[in-house]
Write a protein that binds this ligand. Structure first.
Ligand SMILES: [Zn+2]
Length: 145
């Protein structure tokens, strides 16, 4: 039996902000904070993405990848909570926890593990393992440094 706390999207009560719901409803991911540095992108591809709570460097903009044709994905967990996540090749600031599970997987063929901030232990997203490995990080838990 799996602990419901570690289903994709479960990070405990009250973890979803209205701001995220509102952004998701607008349906325009290009306007969110993962892609604001358009004018800087030519000269500097790499930008740090920090834990919003403790400012630890989690990953960088250079690690962004696309899965199923897009970087940003919006998912519902079994409790109906919506999460907007970005896909990253690596996230050195994350610590994965628990054994991989394929139950209620968001990406077909991938199992997942919950990942936490190495420093403050807040839940940041999931690590997905299948034909390759990548991280799905909740975008409103990161800030650009
Ligand atoms: Zn942190």
């Amino acid at each position: 039996m799996i602990d419901p706390e570690i289903y994709p999207g479960f990070s405990g009560p009250g973890s979803l902000s209205n701001e995220l719901l509102f952004r998701g409803a607008k349906g325009n991911p290009d306007r969110d904070n993962l892609s604001i540095e358009k004018d800087e992108s030519e000269k500097e591809q790499q930008k740090g993405l920090l834990c919003r709570v403790c400012q630890l460097l989690i990953t960088t903009s250079r690690e962004r990848i696309e899965k199923d044709g897009k970087h940003l994905h919006t998912f519902f967990n079994p409790a109906g909570i919506v999460y907007e996540i970005g896909c990253f090749r690596r996230a050195p600031g994350c610590l994965e926890f628990g054994s991989p599970s394929s139950e209620f997987a968001w990406f077909g063929g991938y199992s997942w593990q919950v990942v936490y901030c190495l420093s403050c232990q807040q839940h940041l997203g999931w690590k997905f393992s299948g034909e390759d490995r990548f991280f799905g990080l909740v975008v409103n838990k990161l800030s650009e440094g």
